[in-house]
Ligand binder design. Structure first.
Ligand SMILES: *Cc1c(COP(=O)(O)O)cnc(C)c1O
Length: 239
């Protein structure tokens, strides 16, 4: 069973890596500019152990309790998680910020100053530096439950982040709005990123693109792709 699962993950991973390579070639970009984050939410630590063994270094998680327990279990399973880079990609409540700052290396979903300062406090307590991205809501008709700031508010959130010592601004993140052309959303995100880089030169990461739209994200300059389903299969809640 476990050998079978490993083979399945290896196959799917290779297919996604091929898609990324083709998308980069089509866009005239080097595949080295693009980091694949395998989103392992809802899947067990044993899957992450297979992925690490297959050369994956970056994983994404979206629920604090599940993620923290999985990272601890992984350390027990593999004896060592030093090479693992944990990306927190889900919406984050302020009261979970201290917990997330214990095990996460990157938080993609910072969309308000108070969340940034809560992460700062948590990271300081754990004596760590957290990389963070400002989550941008590109929907012209924003849903307050989905998270993210409008393009015009990115600058203010970014300015709050750069004043902090244990939280480092790296760029922007977005999820293409449902039922809309992802290419238009990613083009807009590229503009938001260019404006942010004008203000903060090092904030060059663009986290965009998932299983269904990674080609479009690569075409519009994504530096980080967050891919779940295409590698792990459909999540339990979607079955
Ligand atoms: C779950 C999730 C993903 C992965 O989506 P897939 O369609 O399964 O590739 C990417 N980004 C975020 C923010 C997610 O929550």
């Amino acid at each position: 069973m476990t050998e079978q699962r490993r083979a399945e993950l290896a196959d799917n991973l290779a297919r996604v890596q091929d898609r990324i390579a083709s998308a980069c070639a089509a866009a005239g970009r080097s595949a080295e500019e693009v980091t694949l984050i395998v989103v392992t939410k809802f899947f067990p630590a044993s899957d992450v152990a297979h992925l690490l063994d297959l050369g994956v270094r970056d994983i994404g998680e979206s629920r604090d309790q599940e993620a923290g327990a999985k990272v601890d279990e992984l350390r027990d399973l593999t004896g060592d998680t030093d090479e693992l880079v944990v990306h927190f990609v889900g919406q984050l409540q302020r009261n979970k910020a201290a917990s997330v700052s214990r095990y996460a290396d990157v938080v993609h979903s910072v969309d308000r100053e108070r969340l940034a300062t809560a992460l700062e406090r948590g990271a300081a307590r754990h004596d760590r530096i957290l990389d963070v991205l400002v989550q941008v809501d590109l929907d012209p008709d924003p849903d307050p439950d989905r998270g993210g700031v409008g393009p015009d508010d990115v600058s203010a959130v970014a300015a709050a982040i750069v004043g902090l010592d244990h939280v480092r601004l790296r760029g922007v993140m977005s999820v293409a709005p449902p039922k809309q052309d992802p290419a238009a959303a990613f083009a807009r995100l590229a503009e938001v990123s260019a404006r942010l880089r004008g203000e903060h030169r090092d904030a060059s990461w663009i986290s965009a693109g998932m299983s269904g739209d990674l080609e479009s994200a690569v075409a519009h300059g994504a530096t980080h792709l967050r891919v779940g389903t295409a590698i792990l299969g459909s999540r339990p809640s979607h079955r």
